[in-house]
Design a protein around this ligand. Structure first.
Ligand code: EPU
Length: 323
């Protein structure tokens, strides 16, 4: 099979992540429409290449050597970046509560748009970077719960390139997880329960953002919280803080002095630096508190780069299936 037009080789990924770290993708596609999505998946299937789906790159650490995979990052310029109100059918929720949103739409843009439109709920997600697809896949969290609470259904491309609609039961939302990783989400049906005043909600969104800015190092490149909060104990950030981890450094990577569950790239940090810090942090908390922290960020690259941590190997498209 020839290389489809939407696929490029050896594309640097660091600039596409909020950590600003990592090597290239061996293959990279930014499909702008469904035909290009199918062509990219068919290419991966024919060559037996694993597929990794990239959202806003805000929860991701890429190996310095890069990834031997096809990275698919939907093009946000077209239909996959759109945010549209849905007209309610008879007997359905009132106008303004149902939205069809492309997986590549920016989460901060969605939050400010819906606040302006007087939709209650998403304002609590102000300050979370990334795209709607990633926020759904990771069930990105705020004090008010995960983003999955708004998702009624997702349109996904399966491994053969067929488009299917999955309802919320099939999406299996959990703490920082869902059934979406391993699938390529194209768009979502979002449903909200209450309308309010646009000015008031915009103000509330700003307050959430200000609160985040005062407790999280948002001005530095990072991937957000690096470890999941363990269940039934103090948060990972508090455990790391009590263990004296703030300010620990490895090369250009530093444990934030503002929030101990953030590793910031102070300039020129490598994946190796971050993995070194992750291992030290995990060891300190294991020693002092007997708790094994699990990474919250996704790790892309050769397994040897992330000793003791599980990498996201992507998914293989079904080579036998007909497209
Ligand atoms: N804390 C410390 N020291 C620290 C950090 C936190 O003592 O260095 C304490 C805080 O004072 C607070 C508690 O730990 O009492 C919890 O901290 P925080 O409110 O900052 O929440 P978190 O559990 O650390 C979670 C999410 C964040 C999300 C915030 C706000 C996880 C792993 N983290 O953080 O998500 O922004 O709640 O809702 O679930 C992310 O996913 O990347 C992320 C940053």
């Amino acid at each position: 099979m020839d290389i489809p037009e939407c696929i490029r080789e050896n594309v640097p990924l660091a600039g596409l992540t909020t950590f600003k770290i990592g090597g290239p993708a061996r293959w990279f596609a930014a499909p702008a429409n469904r035909a290009q999505v199918s062509a990219a998946l068919a290419f991966a299937r024919e060559r037996g290449i694993p597929v990794l789906v990239m959202g806003g790159g805000s929860n991701l650490l890429v190996a310095d050597a890069g990834v031997e995979a096809l990275v698919i990052r939907l093009d946000a310029a077209g239909e996959f970046g759109s945010i549209q109100p849905e007209r309610p059918g008879e007997g359905e929720a009132p106008a303004g509560l149902a939205w069809r949103v492309g997986a590549a739409a920016s989460l901060p843009e969605l939050v400010s748009r819906l606040a302006r439109e007087g939709v209650c709920g998403p304002e609590a997600f102000a300050g979370i970077p990334g795209r709607v697809g990633g926020a759904a896949a990771m069930n990105a969290g705020a004090a008010a719960g995960g983003f999955g609470q708004f998702v009624m259904a997702a349109e996904v491309a399966d491994r053969e390139g067929n488009i299917a609609c999955l309802d919320r039961e099939a999406l299996n939302f959990s703490y920082r997880g869902s059934g979406l990783p391993g699938r390529l989400a194209l768009s979502f049906e979002l449903r909200f329960s209450e309308l309010g005043d646009g000015k008031e909600l915009t103000h509330r969104a700003k307050n959430f953002l200000d609160r985040k800015r005062s407790t999280q190092p948002l001005a530095f490149p990072s991937a957000g919280c690096v470890f999941k909060n363990p269940s039934g104990t103090a948060s990972a950030g508090a455990l790391l803080d009590w263990s004296g981890c703030k300010g620990l450094r490895e090369g250009g990577a530093e444990v934030s002095t503002l929030h101990a569950n953030f590793i910031i790239n102070t300039g020129g940090a490598t994946c190796r630096d971050v993995v070194g810090l992750l291992s030290r942090l995990r060891e300190v908390v294991r020693e002092k508190h007997g708790i094994i922290l699990e990474p919250e960020i996704r790790l892309w690259g050769p397994a040897e780069t992330f000793p003791g941590f599980g990498v996201d190997g992507g998914f293989h498209t079904n080579r036998e299936a007909k497209c």
